[in-house]
Design a protein around this ligand. Sequence first.
Ligand code: GLA
Length: 726
Amino acid sequence: MITYDEKQQVFHLSTNKISYLIQVEDGGLLAHLYFGKAVQSYHGQFRYPRADRSFSPNPPLAKDRLFSFDTVLQELPGNPGDFRVPALELLHESGSSVSDFRFEDYEIIQGKKSIPGLPATYAMEKEASTLIITLKDQLYDIYLDLFYTVFDNQAVLVRSSRLRNESAETLAIQKLASLSLDFASSSFELVHLSGSWSRERMIQREVVAPGTKALSSRRGSSSHHENPFAALVAPETTEAAGEAYGFSLVYSGNHETTIERDPYEQTRVTMGINSQQFSWSLEAGNDFYTPEAVLVYSDEGLNGMSQSFHYLFQHHLIRGRFKYEPRPVLANNWEATFFDFNEEKIMEIAKEAKELGAELFVLDDGWFGKRDADNSSLGDWYEYEGKLSRGLAQLSKEIHGLGLSFGLWFEPEMISEQSELYKKHPDWAFHVPGREKTIGRGQFVLDFSRADVRETVYQQMKAILDHVQVDYIKWDMNRNMTDVYSVLLKKEQQGETAHRYILGLYEFLERMTTEYPDILFESCSGGGGRFDPGMLYYMPQVWASDNTDAVSRMAIQYGTSLVYPVSTIGAHVAAVPNHQTGRTTSLETRGNVAMSGLFGYELDLTHLSDGEREELKEQTNFYKSHRQLIQYGTYYRLKSPFEGNEVSWQFVAPDQSEALVFYSRVLAEASAPFHVLKLTGLNPEKSYRIKDKVVGGDELMNIGLYIDTEAWGDYASQLIYIEAAD
Ligand code: GLA
């Protein structure tokens, strides 16, 4: 619900869980009052206090020295006199970058508008309401429309904005954040997800100290290195209890989140497109939309925050046929063969996969151009003649004949120097004329900001998809961007290139997913280098990491679950010793970890022993009979790999009729304590069957389970299934 109290000039956006209060302050400044747990109605007692703070200037219309933009909480700061991190920086033709936006108008609508050219959450009219506040610059006919949407029954608010240039001049946008949120004095800790290739989304937690902390990517993608997510939590907040504010950006390119604690213990969070190496030339009559930012409030710890993100992404972001579909068990040949395969080998693996219970076979890298190594053929998306003796279409037919669907790997945004495409169009790779290009994984990045480049790649892919029966695409992206310069853009537009690339990518994905609605897309970027809500709008699942080691995966999947639902997290059983870590873990643990996501195999199935084959078959059967619970149940983290030697999480059915618990005690311990695991999310009034016992939900949650791990050895784990007894 959204109301406007004209007398107090206060907007109140609320659901049964949250309230968000905005006030039109003196002189029309759009001030922030509150975001957090719901209040029924706001009576105006909480006006933000004022004080004469030395060296904090007063705006022109201020009635007294107590009012300063420097100390008030704001909605989209950037006006003079606020020395904190601005949400916008606009350069005028005069050379001035001073802006002064004040309240102009507002509108409240049912439902939610889409954002032209950008992925965003969606809702039906009866599910959400939107407030649009328009601000106007005091000197120019430049308008800012701020969009706020709340979703009924959810602890979520999403924000974005549009800048409209109705002046006669060209404006350079140097920064326009999607979100700026100020908090009154409070102690916070910052939680975020940092990492690298094969070590994605490691949970970091640190005190928010005075000064500014920046979390960002300048890699051209959302990156392995810093996910576009941050949370502010109370120092006492745990997984299960306490307050948490989560922020997530629906964007796949360069992003920036700053957390600033000012001298008065106020905290400002700013999130949006990275303003470094960015500028956008906004000509008269044009407008610019920011990506959307998601804000979540939880008073039920980090689990509560995650469940809100999961719900929103599952129901209001992911689209298409597969949104609620049980996701297939897949077998991928990458770690089994790398580039070295032929039809015979592929068919052998596929037959084994079918025997084990897989439903989808994915032919990974190496089927196109003349690709036998990672330094050639990207850009040549036609069949590698002769590599598969009877060709790709026939292979797909044979695989379908086995009763499997068929998937194919593509890396459409890239170009190899050794390729037909590069011979024809060397200038299609990102480059700065006159300079040598940097190379990454032996390849260059195609200039996806260009329509002609996109059209050529699209037509190549279409030719494949129209003659080979393809049910699934793994869309990869295996290097970060350098030499970001587009030869088609004017010099004053070069700062737009990275964002135009992402807009081009989104346009391509929109077209492809519309034209091929029956293809299941899985996003990948050297594993989880582009695991972000922007990609989820087009592709409902992501290969979470190239690291398939079960112990590493516990941390990666645990971290990923902070923001992303289990239905998006690709997790496969691989061979041991593991390719990335050299570690040997049991098939049981590899299975248990992979079964905690979208299950599949990433190993040479033709080399399994009889025992392994049996075990994998059992795992697959078990997974299939519980995948609704795993993929779409409510997910709780119980014990963190970032805090100790035990790791645990739990899936609970929405009606609390069943649950599945993953538990691992990572390293063996001698004379170990008796570990107690308290479950959560069950119905305290219900009885549950666990192994051969029947016990109360409250017993499992309040007293817990003893887990005797004495004789387990390293890297042991188990899955415990619990079902309502009545
Ligand atoms: C990336 C992916 C892998 C595999 C290779 C193929 O690294 O993450 O899963 O597809 O590319 O080159």
